[in-house]
Design a protein around this ligand. Sequence first.
Ligand code: C2O
Length: 535
Amino acid sequence: ADVKKYQFDIQVKNVSRLCHAKPIVTVNGRFPGPTIYAREGDRVLINVTNHAQYNMSIHWHGLKQFRNGWADGPAYITQCPIKTGNSYTYDFNITGQRGTLWWHAHIFWLRATVYGAIVIMPQLGTPFPFPQPEREEVLLLGEWWNNDVEQLVNQGNKLGLPPNASDAHTINGKPGPLFPCSEKHTFAMEVEQGKTYLLRIINAALNDELFFAVAGHNLTVVEIDAVYTKPFTTQAILIAPGQTTSVLIQATQSPGRYFMAARPFMDAPISIDNKTATAILQYKGIPNTILPILPQLPSPNDTAFALDYNSKLRSLNSKQFPANVPLKVDRHLLFTAGLGINACPSCLNGTKLTASLNNITFVMPQIGLLQAHYFKIKGVFRTDFPDNPPTPFNYTGAPLTANLGTTLGTRLSKIAYNSTVQLVLQDTNLLTVESHPFHLHGYNFFVVGTGIGNFDPKKDPAKFNLVDPPERNTVGVPTGGWTAVRFRADNPGVWFMHCHLELHTSWGLKTAFVVENGNGPDESVLPPPQDLPLC
Ligand code: C2O
């Protein structure tokens, strides 16, 4: 195992896209930021120095950070922000994970431009469980706003309504030639006839789940969220913000130029598609003058495709070698996710949209929760987050205008070390039904079941997949449906869980788990590093 060192300088840089130039926050002046390359077993040290006039904090999305929440990164959850002029070194080991993950700013909406890939190669001498590709390429899917994102959010907060949607989607920071002034902002990948390539696809968009496809070429999914899957072939993939998907692609079509394209899966009431990002798959020796072909993508509201696609994601396990899913559950949790309306005296209409879990809108604390937990600082958070919704109702029935108001609080669930947890995330129709991609820090979970309508604790568990469920860190809860996950709480610390749609996170669709220390020698939170930023 090696020690890999990186220097991340947070700096503001002028970048132009879609005929608009604006200053954006970057790492080392790059957009998207640098890729972290490591091997399973490596120790990684990333020194982040903040030269910008913004508070900063970076999250290594999907890395388990065993006993080491100090390196996890979400501001006010596991650390205080790195202030202007200050540095902090994220110091962590990569154990038991290989594949594609990513990193992003985890404070305010700064991840709009502060993000990059993490590529974890398997241990030396261990091959991929799929054919060795000729070459691999990282594809970061993102969003671009012509206006300053912070200003947009502030304007949204004033109105109590969502801020304007982004102006374009991007592939590796580039929108592609379907947008004005974007010929030169087009990502291209050259391939040779007959060879196989690995695409490491990451959804770094703030607010959109995305379909992705390549014209004329099938994609074979082999890994999601840094866990290998049973390979399956598809024309398009669906990827939620926070998720990663590695696919093999074979360059076996007639030599030419083919578009890769990404556009939203939006089964929310508003579905507009004027934002398709494109990049080019270019066969070697083909002139740039040939017009590329566009792929067929599922329509923006194709929920049937989404359900079918997700059902094909399976771990490498089998009946004979089943996945390590907890079969006995110590703690049953049912969390409803929904949008609501709260009073807002400072807002234009006197109300604002909010979001909640079990009708609780999470309030961000003033200091890091992990600090408060470790140093036993009282009054920062409560551990009385309810295991079930306050009042059961027909969650996915007609819109429920009663129940729209939520209560505010910094309330967490306390979980006994090493206990097994089943968490059912239930979408609700408080205001409207909508898909929510949930991300849990510090863990992977097994996605054991999903369905449309209300979760039925009597009937649904009988249909759970306990043999080869996908193991991941972010899962989409279907529109008007539910998703059940299981995990063993063997990583002590304070772990954030939230909807990875930035809009919903900032509206309060989040909470955290406090996983207690165990009694064994390696079962407690490690002491904090010397340079941990303080508030
Ligand atoms: Cu990728 Cu808490 O987020």
